[in-house]
Design a protein around this ligand. Structure first.
Ligand code: DX5
Ligand code: ZN
Length: 219
């Protein structure tokens, strides 16, 4: 079954605990936490303090998407704060193997993120070390942007790479502009895990919004 990971970037930050409970009751699978540093991406969002604050409010895995430069400096703090999954961008990691193993040694599952313009082939040398791959379908930085359809071919390519090596346990996550229309394009191409911010938190009934995305994903 496709996993749905609501991104709290589009939630009401003044009521974060309740917002997370709402999507948990609405049958979300993971909680996606967007960390931005104002350098790698233009926006600034949240740090380990907030991850620690939301940890007691949900049983769901916390999936921390680091859109930051020098992620190695902050990985231990996010792990300590209660992250279950941490993903880092290919575009900022000079020593990716070291970074991935730092995440794992911190007791957290490790993922690599590719921006829309970064090619699937860059994953080849690190593939076997990964728990998940995140393919961006927007340029990271903000919620509510339009899905970039040309990334769908990359989902197909990555899915083939994973399958041909028998690495079936690796999740393929997609993030950006995912809604009840675009979800099916992602899963048909091989995605197993969908992040959605505005398409869930922008709706009054979060359970219905998650169900609509799931329905599209499982067509
Ligand atoms: C974008 C973030 C996304 C964002 C998705 O930089 O990584 O997780 O919250 O928001 P939507 O689903 O609204 O495109
Ligand atoms: Zn994200």
């Amino acid at each position: 079954m496709t996993k749905i990971a609501p991104s709290i970037l589009s939630a009401d930050f003044a009521r974060l605990g309740e917002e997370i409970k709402d999507v948990e009751q609405g049958k979300a699978d993971w909680i996606h936490v967007d960390v931005m540093d104002g350098k790698f991406v233009p926006n600034i969002t949240i740090g380990p303090l907030i991850v620690k604050a939301i940890r007691p409010h949900t049983e769901l895995p916390l999936d921390v998407h680091l859109m930051i430069e020098e992620p190695d400096r902050y990985i231990p703090a996010f792990a300590e704060a209660g992250a279950d999954y941490i993903s880092v961008h290919m575009e900022v990691c000079r020593h990716l193997h070291r970074t991935i193993h730092l995440i794992k040694e911190s007791g957290v599952k490790a993922g690599v993120v590719l921006n829309p313009a970064t090619s699937a082939e860059t994953l080849e040398p690190i593939l076997a070390d990964l728990d998940y791959i995140l393919l961006m379908t927007v340029n990271p930085g903000f919620g509510g942007q339009a899905f970039i359809p040309s990334v769908v071919d990359k989902i197909v390519t990555v899915n083939r790479m994973v399958k041909s090596r028998g690495l079936n346990g690796i999740e393929i996550q997609v993030d950006g502009g995912v809604d009840s229309k675009t979800a099916e394009l992602c899963t048909a191409a091989g995605a197993t895990n969908l992040v959605a911010g505005s398409a869930i938190f922008g709706k009054e009934d979060r359970g219905a919004a998650i169900a609509a995305i799931r329905h599209s994903a499982e067509k």
